[in-house]
Design a protein around this ligand. Structure first.
Ligand code: NDP
Length: 330
């Protein structure tokens, strides 16, 4: 059993999640990579324990994280049982359903049938009675939104999740989803979109929608899977995500065009007295709509880096302009 650091709640900033009673740490830890059955369990355990010691109270999962799919939730279950037993009430644990999980027409997308069955499976794997947040993982173009939102609503009413979230929903669809939820007397707690210096779609209407409707925002892949760090400046290291056969970042995505920009951003970060990873995290957290940045990590030290980013100096207007011009290739 792990004895957490007594001072853990003084180490990180907590931000209110939209108009709700929940606060989330500015940095959350995601279990997409490095917590699966193919990974070293002792490393996964060490990262989760260290994160909790740093005040990271939120662990983000999904039914399909692994590989193999489902195994990251089993790792979470192991950690909860062996390391963090007794701390459930200090944790926000999320899961999701929306991507293919089992064969046949009921193991994918956004039907009530899929969402309810998938959450039951997730709870079993994690050894939990409830998750704190349950997300619909991606929009389903064929299932009526009323059905998907109705399922999320009923799941929350059943007590198997405390709050509902959506992920990867465009702005307009988010607005419609929230209207449906409101008509049932409920509210979407949080949206989980991809956002980094290399992926800025949320700036084009989504953040405004979230602010207007009081929905929180936790951004994923804020480091563009590791590209927005100093790791790939001299090639692809053997222990990086791009080099791993199970990593979602493929070597061909590490382009010389991107690395050229990363090199300039890295110089800027140095001038600010921080690592590029920290500057990239501070940059996504600069919006007041962004409640938390959910990072991935392969080593304990990367979590230390990230937590320091949450107390970075604010960006001057000149610095923000310079970042925009580097990203525009100027
Ligand atoms: P990041 O962009 O934060 O990338 C994390 C990776 O970057 C690490 O695994 C590590 O890779 C590298 N890294 C992190 N810190 C440093 C550092 N200080 N120096 C050098 N390299 C560093 O996020 P992810 O892409 O991992 O996504 C985070 C989480 O977001 C996921 O775990 C998941 O919870 C969520 N997510 C949600 C999705 C959705 O559809 N809702 C989709 C994808 C993710 P390396 O192995 O190379 O060391």
């Amino acid at each position: 059993m792990h004895t957490p650091d007594d001072n853990r709640y003084e180490k990180i900033k907590y931000n209110r999640c939209g108009r709700s009673g929940i606060q989330l740490p500015a940095i959350s830890l995601g279990f997409w990579h490095n917590f699966g059955g193919v990974d070293v369990l002792e490393n996964s355990r060490a990262m989760a324990r260290h994160a909790f010691d740093l005040g990271i109270t939120h662990f983000d999962l999904a039914n399909n994280y692994g590989p193999p799919p489902g195994s990251a939730e089993e790792t979470m279950g192991y950690i909860l049982k062996n390391d963090l037993r007794g701390y459930r009430d200090e944790l926000i644990i999320s899961s999701k359903a929306g991507y293919g999980m089992w064969p046949g027409p009921y193991g994918d997308w956004g039907s009530r049938k899929f969402l309810v069955a998938s959450l039951d499976q997730s709870l079993k794997r994690m050894g939990l009675d409830y998750v704190d947040i349950f997300y619909h993982h991606r929009p389903d173009p064929e299932t009526p939104l009323e059905e998907t939102m109705g399922a999320l609503h009923d799941i929350v009413r059943s007590g198997k999740a405390l709050y509902a979230g959506v992920s990867n929903y465009p702005a307009e669809l988010t607005k419609n989803a929230e209207e449906i939820m409101r008509s049932m007397g409920m509210h979407i707690l949080i949206h989980q979109p991809k956002y980094s210096m290399f992926e800025r779609w949320v700036e084009d209407g989504l953040l405004t929608e979230l602010r207007e409707d009081g929905i929180g925002c936790i951004v994923f892949s804020p480091l563009a899977q590791g590209l927005l760090t100093d790791k790939y400046l001299e090639g692809i290291p053997a222990d990086s995500r791009a080099a791993k056969p199970t990593g979602f970042l493929r070597p061909e995505q590490v382009t010389s065009e991107k690395i050229g920009k990363v090199r300039k951003l890295n110089e800027m970060a140095k001038a600010r007295g921080q690592k590029l990873a920290q500057m990239a995290l501070a940059w996504v957290l600069r919006h007041k709509e962004v409640t938390s940045a959910v990072i991935g990590a392969s080593k304990v030290g990367q979590i230390d880096d990230a937590v320091k980013a949450a107390t970075s100096p604010a960006f001057s207007p000149e610095e923000l302009k310079k970042i925009d011009s580097i990203l525009a290739g100027k």
